[in-house]
Design a binder for this molecule. Structure first.
Ligand code: HEC
Length: 161
């Protein structure tokens, strides 16, 4: 059995991958509807970006116009040096990127910043309290990271009043 599937070439291997993927998806779906319903039912917050801005971000995402307002409104209240000394600060690019796993340029899927916004596990879901960002805004953050997570050094983020 083992020898056969290995010998069947890449076709068999691909098939195998798809089956595993399908099973994986089913498990994730099941968990979402059972154990982690709390995270899913968290109310979605008011949009920070307008429809026009979301549209622009789909064409060419820009830190200043699209990413900054989302982070300042939804994350900076907690993720700054004063509120959380020694923890994850999103004030400057250097701080936000220093540990190399929270924002991984080019790899949204591996970036903790995206993981905490997309996982069904409430314990790891950000913001820690309050409303969830609308999915369109999570998409903006993803697109920004996948495009290289460009953050002009002179921009320091502050929480929205
Ligand atoms: C109400 C406060 C609060 C808000 C708002 C908030 N966070 Fe957090 N966040 C926390 C706390 C507390 C932790 C856990 C810190 C720790 O133990 O290191 C955390 C942890 C994280 C981590 C994991 C850091 C690590 O390396 O383990 C990420 C990533 C994160 N937050 C992203 C975000 C993003 C993105 C937003 C905005 C959408 C956000 N957070 C909004 C309080 C908050």
């Amino acid at each position: 059995m083992k020898g056969k599937s290995q010998g069947s070439g890449s076709g068999g291997g691909m098939m195998h991958k798809w089956v595993l993927l399908a099973i994986g998806c089913a498990i994730v779906a099941a968990c979402r509807t059972t154990g982690d319903g709390e995270a899913e039912s968290r109310p979605v917050g008011k949009p920070v970006l307008s429809k026009a801005e979301l549209q622009q971000a789909r064409v060419a995402v820009n830190f200043r116009n699209h990413v900054r307002p989302i982070l300042e409104e939804r994350c900076l209240h907690c993720h700054n040096k004063r509120a959380m000394p020694g923890k994850f600060s999103l004030e400057t690019a250097a701080e936000a990127m220093k540990d190399g796993r929270r924002i991984v340029p080019g790899k949204a899927g591996q970036s903790m910043l995206i993981v905490v916004l997309t996982t069904g596990n409430h314990a790891k879901t950000m913001p820690a309290v309050g409303t969830a960002p609308p999915s369109e805004e999570v998409e903006v953050l993803k697109r920004w990271i996948d495009a290289g997570a460009e953050w002009p050094r002179e921009i320091t983020l502050r929480p929205t009043e």
